[in-house]
Write a protein that binds this ligand. Sequence first.
Ligand code: TA6
Length: 292
Amino acid sequence: MPVEQLTDRVTLKHPKGATAEILHYGATVISWKSSDVTGGEPLERLFVSSKASLDGSKPVRGGIPIVFPAFGAPELPQFSNLKQHGYARSSTWRFTSLLVDNDSNVSVKFSLGPTADVKAVFNFPVSLEYVVTLSERKLGTDLHVTNHSDTDVLQFQALFHNYIRAPANDVKISPLTGKNYFDKTEATAEARVTPKLERRKGVDVQKYTDSVYVDGGQVYDVTWPQGGIQIKTEGLKDVVVWNPQETAGKAIGDMEDGGWEKYVCVEPGHVRGYITLPVGESWIGRQILRSG
Ligand code: TA6
């Protein structure tokens, strides 16, 4: 059965063995298992902390949380009621339909309208749809944003907060050479808003890393000895690379011991500046993750 609906999640099964699990809470992909080009048993490609809450009590520490309408600490006045990274990852989405079910792809859609709990924090007539597509070696996630206002444009940011399962100290992310980035680990506010030029051929996360690359190039290779994930994106011009390492990692309440050694976050998004969506229009931001 390609799609199974459980009380709190939907599971996808591809005819060639790949699987995915999506919680209704946050429409958070909490598992993606796929083989690589050599075939073999599908392996888990995402990291979810063993201390993560999956009961809807707080955003999932891992998988692919959806960041919308604001990245980081919300800045715009209309976002003043929102928490860090916005409301999409901490709202309960509705599974609306099985879109595609064939030998190549299994694709499902979730939606999040301006429901009461959303209006309580963000009173703007915006609706979200999220399409997750599972292929033999790929996982696609598409976020559709529609502005239903008759009068106001919608300004927003969006990002897929991918926790890629990987040996963090052996990972390299490329090609980011020549890209400008902002280093959020800098000690002073001034340094954190001063752009740096990336000179490395492969970016590592062997030390505490929290970098926002502007216009990252929309294709990213996350590689390590004997493994890798490629990320291709559309509509998401920037990319964030994050790993807290031990000191910052231990301070994260729902991070399992040593969890920081098991993942790297490579997060395509539009997070420098805002997308401005005119009245009545829709926007799509998408990514395709490919294993091996
Ligand atoms: O995407 C990187 C980041 O913004 C980091 O600064 C860190 O805060 C991380 O997201 C996790 O944020 P969270 O709100 O999920 O603890």
